[in-house]
Design a protein around this ligand. Structure first.
Ligand SMILES: [Zn+2]
Ligand SMILES: [Zn+2]
Length: 397
């Protein structure tokens, strides 16, 4: 990875939080306040999981949890969130961050904290919401990407709680909570529709290949299918309405990639599963790929100036995908690949000018704000539904 030496010049003399309009520099109580909120959410979520394990945890993860260690970590985590909230309250003139973090810890403590007795009657079958999956995802994503965006920000003035944050966080929350539903809706169609193409001989041959080769085949085959699915979504008007939701963000960061309509999520993931069904990879490279794609999909949307230097044409970088979201006329309907830009070179949709970045993000369509309104948006009649070749920026949120 290559990171340019310095970020673009900042317009304002000091970065300010969009929550309370106070400085975010170290020592201002901002870092402690935000950390107390993140830890407070994770702690409260974990306590709720302890209360309702059957309803709120994934059976596959549930049986592997070292419960006593989690209890100890949860206890330390809630104490840390409380102390950070207090620190923020002392340091910061306005108290909204510290009070929010402290309030979350208080609710978690009132609900029993780390000492909640777990119902032993664990049932493995039935409906569940992946609250534990959401919490693990939140910890992992925040721990990696918030520091990356602070250290290597492309737009240092862009706040974490920027416009559209609540909408995108709702996407992040719902898509992880609904993991059972989306997994079912994804695996079922791919397995049923492509059962005819399954050959035990092919599966045996593929599974005997080295894992690294299988990993590369997964990357390439998924990207090839995904390229055309993505391109079709930009071309067919009624499909574009679903994908327009993803393009409606006017800020790129670690959370922006979460904005995916549920129908698009199922459609794209189902098509991405076809190679796995037909070729029958070993589960190790498949799991490795799932971990990789969850990192990479977030990375290419992140507000970071990190790239691959002279290899930018070989692997998709944040700059490459930022151009896919760009408002510039010449960048519209370009850069569809998610792993290998060579697919765009091959099919005539490659666009990566010099070392420059787009001047803004968004689309012409008037996509409403908020998860619920965006969910219904593709199903309602629109005046204009196809991305237009006009570099007009509409503010969506
Ligand atoms: Zn797109
Ligand atoms: Zn995107």
């Amino acid at each position: 990875m290559v990171a340019p030496a310095s970020p673009p010049p900042s317009d304002s003399p000091e970065h300010r939080s969009s929550v309370d309009n106070l400085p975010t520099r170290f020592g201002s109580g901002w870092t402690s306040g935000v950390l107390s909120i993140v830890l407070g959410i994770v702690g409260l979520g974990a306590v709720i999981c302890f209360h309702f394990p059957n309803l709120l945890t994934m059976p596959e993860l549930r049986e592997k949890y070292p419960v006593e260690i989690i209890r100890a970590v949860l206890h330390i985590e809630l104490v840390a969130a409380f102390l950070l909230a207090m620190l923020s309250l002392v340091l910061r003139e306005r108290k909204v961050l510290g009070l929010t973090g402290g309030g979350l810890v208080l609710i978690a403590a009132l609900l029993g904290g780390s000492r909640v007795v777990i119902d032993d009657q664990i049932k493995d079958k039935g409906f569940f919401l992946g609250l534990d999956w959401f919490l693990l995802n939140l910890i992992y994503t925040c721990a990696i990407f918030i520091p990356l965006e602070r250290l290597f920000a492309r737009l240092p003035d862009q706040p974490i709680f920027r416009r559209g944050f609540v909408t995108d966080f709702t996407y992040f929350l719902i898509s992880t909570l609904a993991v059972q539903l989306t997994t079912y809706l994804t695996i079922q169609p791919a397995t049923v529709l492509f059962q005819w193409a399954v050959s035990p001989r092919v599966h045996a041959f593929v599974q005997n290949l080295p894992w690294v080769v299988q990993f590369l085949i997964i990357m390439l085959s998924v990207d090839l299918i995904q390229y055309w699915v993505h391109r079709v979504m930009h071309t067919v008007p009624w499909l574009w309405k679903f994908h327009a939701v993803h393009h409606s963000t006017d800020a790129m960061d670690w959370l922006a990639g979460s904005r995916l309509h549920l129908v698009e999520q199922v459609f794209t993931r189902t098509s991405s599963l076809i190679p796995a069904v037909v070729l029958g990879f070993h589960h190790v490279p498949v799991i490795a790929y799932l971990i990789f794609i969850s990192f990479h999909a977030t990375f290419i949307h992140a507000n970071v100036r990190i790239g691959w230097g002279p290899l930018d044409w070989l692997f998709v970088s944040p700059r490459f995908h930022h151009w896919h979201h760009a408002i510039e006329r010449e960048a519209i309907d370009k850069n569809f690949a998610v792993h290998f830009p060579v697919l765009d070179l091959l099919f005539g949709t490659y666009y990566l000018p010099g070392k420059s970045w787009p001047t803004g993000f968004g689309i012409h369509d008037k996509v409403p704000s908020g998860w619920l309104r965006q969910f219904f948006y593709p199903f309602l009649p629109q005046r204009k539904s196809v991305q237009e070749n006009t570099p007009t920026v509409e503010v969506h949120e």
